[in-house]
Design a protein around this ligand. Structure first.
Ligand SMILES: NC(=O)c1ccc[n+]([C@@H]2O[C@H](COP(=O)([O-])OP(=O)(O)OC[C@H]3O[C@@H](n4cnc5c(N)ncnc54)[C@H](OP(=O)(O)O)[C@@H]3O)[C@@H](O)[C@H]2O)c1
Length: 305
């Protein structure tokens, strides 16, 4: 038997249960991964909270939970190449990550070897956030001398986005609440409070204007950037359904094939920093999701398994 988070029905944290289930075994084409850590993303609880959205992602309770994982390969099925028992890996497994064991098919699931110096907890924060940040940076087309406005800069995607923009030579202004200002300053980001009046605060901090923007929360930052004359092609959004917005929607699915391994290497060599807001043992899944769903995080929430 092994422990797995099971989603009993669509709903909030109360539908999540840690259950003893038969330990799965790797079939043909599959790896069994002994999970060490599972990073949470808003997507994890959004898709179990809404049956229409869940259906879009192929989620039908009862099912497992979570996507980002890191762990060790402990069974290798027939016909799998490139992996062996004992390999340290990380990646994404839809509705399976929050469990002691994950079955993953390296041909269809995202499974990558872990750089030696990267620990499991750090690695488990990367798959969705790193690929999304990479796609956002590609959309904005950052070059040296840009001044970039990042909305929701202290969140899971924001922490990587601001650092990648800086690495490309940009000055970065980031929105957050006052509670996030010190954290953002620590990342070399110039903080501004989100909410009404944002455009005036951005004008005050960047009288020469901004040249690109990433809205990682909704559409406020995108509206401000467009109103300040940034072309829609350089305004990236990842979390809005605003149909009239003349910005450019992007997301993890639009990232380059090597984005995750490239960013993981930059984290492993210390070029980029990851922020872990909190860690919870698997049994505290409901508290972890409740904290994640507060949407006032500096970095990531990780389940340890
Ligand atoms: N399209 C894709 O492929 C894709 C991939 C990943 C994520 N997403 C979506 O992108 C969004 C960001 O993901 P994430 O993992 O970075 O989320 P997250 O970690 O939950 O983001 C938390 C951040 O949002 C900030 N925030 C809260 N209220 C805000 C507001 N009104 N305006 C601006 N910022 C605000 C918080 O700042 P304070 O704490 O200072 O309030 C906090 O730092 C989510 O909606 C997620 O579903 C999409």
């Amino acid at each position: 038997m092994s422990k797995s988070v099971i989603v009993e029905a669509f709903g909030g944290p109360d539908v999540l249960h840690v259950r003893e289930v038969p330990a799965p075994h790797a079939g043909t084409g599959q790896l069994r991964i002994k999970t060490a850590a599972a990073g949470l993303n808003p997507m994890d609880w959004l898709i179990i909270a809404d049956d229409a959205l869940g259906a879009e992602f192929g989620v039908h309770p009862p099912t497992g939970f979570g996507y980002d994982f890191a762990g060790v390969v402990d069974e290798v099925g027939d016909s799998v190449t490139g992996f062996k028992v004992g390999d340290r890996v990380f990646g994404g497994a839809m509705s399976r990550a929050a469990a002691e064991f994950i079955l993953a098919d390296p041909a269809t699931d995202e499974v990558r070897h872990l750089p030696d110096s990267l620990d499991f907890v750090t690695a488990s924060t990367l798959p969705v956030a790193a690929r999304t940040a990479a796609a956002v940076i590609d959309t904005m087309g950052i070059t040296h001398g840009d001044t970039v406005l990042v909305g929701g800069a202290a969140g899971g995607v924001g922490v990587l986005t601001v650092q990648l923009a800086q690495l490309a030579g940009a000055r970065v202004i980031g929105t957050g609440s006052q509670d996030s200002f010190e954290f953002l300053l620590g990342l070399g980001v110039e903080p501004v409070q989100y909410g009404p009046g944002l455009i005036d605060r951005v004008r005050a901090i960047a009288p020469g204007g901004i040249s690109a923007a990433a809205d990682l929360f909704g559409s406020e930052t995108a509206h401000v950037a467009l109103a300040l004359g940034v072309p829609g092609s350089r305004v990236a959004t990842i979390a809005t359904q605003d149909p009239g917005l003349a910005a450019t929607k992007t997301g993890a699915a639009n990232s380059a094939a090597d984005a995750l391994t490239t960013i993981a290497a930059l984290v492993a060599d210390g070029t980029l920093t990851v922020s872990i807001a909190a860690q919870y043992p698997l049994r505290d899944i409901r508290s972890a999701v409740t904290r994640q769903a507060s949407r006032h995080l500096r970095g990531k929430i990780v389940l340890t398994v």
